[in-house]
Design a protein around this ligand. Sequence first.
Ligand code: ADP
Ligand code: MG
Length: 477
Amino acid sequence: SGRWARAMAILREFEDKCGTPIGKLRQVADAMTVEMHAGLASEGGSKLKMLISYVDNLPTGDERGLFYALDLGGTNFRVLRVQLGGKEGRVAKQEFTEVSIPPNLMVGTSDELFDYIATELAKFVATEGEGFHLSPGRQRELGFTFSFPVKQSSINSGTLMTWTKGFSIADAVSPFYAAFVILLMISIGQDVVMELTKAMERKGLDMRVAALVNDTIGTLAGGRYFNNDVVAAVILGTGTNAAYVERAQAIPKWHGLVQSEEMVINMEWGNFRSSHLPITEYDQALDADSLNPGDHIFEKIISGMYLGDIVRRVLCRMAEEAAFFGDTVPAKLKIPFILRTPEMSAMHHDSSPDLKVVGNKLKDILGITNTSLKTRKVVVELCNIVAMRGARLGAAGIMGILKKIGRDTVKEGDKQKTVIAMDGGLFEHYSEFSKALESTLQELLGEEVSSRIVIEHANDGSGIGAALLAASHSQYN
Ligand code: ADP
Ligand code: MG
């Protein structure tokens, strides 16, 4: 029928605009490399912030003693302790607890927030039991994971950067953006380590913040501890980011006393953009409606926060212009972010002959009943288009990093492995996405090089990574 043909025309046009042929991916990878150079050359030289992390000392495996970590990333925070036993003992013991931030605190002051965190931390320290030993005369030390862009001036100080325009209290009140509420409470320019330290003092907790890190850096450190060949980390979760080890000599903007040979760089790659990225009108609309229009374009086409909503937007157009779901447009289809990426992923992975999962999700989430098998197949196809574009672009981004550090080719006689530590719910749970990312990276690298490149799933490496960085940046080293 005419309707079906119109719906298919919308789908095909979208598919076409989302195309990521290998040549385009190479252009994206090259653009990533170029932007990395620009971001390292000067402050503000690129959309890629290429932040200096002051981590010049990744864990070696020799770390010993008791260390704590605090991970503040959203509505929950996690506290963790590890007992490290050097090369033989490794992680001898590990414990953690998760605490949610009460809603009333989310509209409070930053002092109130940090007092709450310090109190919960003190409670956790009080439960330190068998298997954990603080060396006599030592102060407890903590690695602080703070997953927002921070301008650091040392390993344990940093101020929140001017954050992306367009946020307001009203936006942030939506539970979906709860993570940003934390940010609203901390003013630009405030040193987050100082604030936490003062709160710990107020609460009588004798603990020193030894390292301030972002979750990507934590993942890199955790990955390196378990595998010496880890040189980069990528997070694919709600958002996306990457970090890698750079030669100090390759960082012109770093005017500090260059005493170390290497420096970990927090790319903030979610903010990457390039004219080579396949952007559709649906992406433009999503961006325009977002809290930070014009920013984080790469993140908006590849990360878990957005993939489901891109699918929803295309379905909505098909409903409006081709009556894809019947004479009326299902009202729920117009609600932003109603279709989340985990639901999209469940539909994409539906292997039942009648696509029962797809039928149920359409019914339960969007209120669309009695869908035909043919309709359900189109929905799966749409999920595939959106996921494949994201995964393939993610692989191109990684290729850009490998090029920057010269690991995209093999030199005669070189047996060196290159390992990328990966973390995040999207990569972990969306297997069609992660499979496509890995096979695309192989395609980009070619057989010989790709046998040397390994993607390793670092399950929650960032928590333990922060504790390890506290150890490698301890005042007692
Ligand atoms: P965060 O990135 O918020 O720190 P995670 O790394 O745990 O947290 O990632 C959570 C994100 O991963 C979710 O927001 C969602 O986008 C994505 N995700 C979680 N489960 C799935 C799933 N089954 N399929 C696809 N994506 C998922
Ligand atoms: Mg995370």
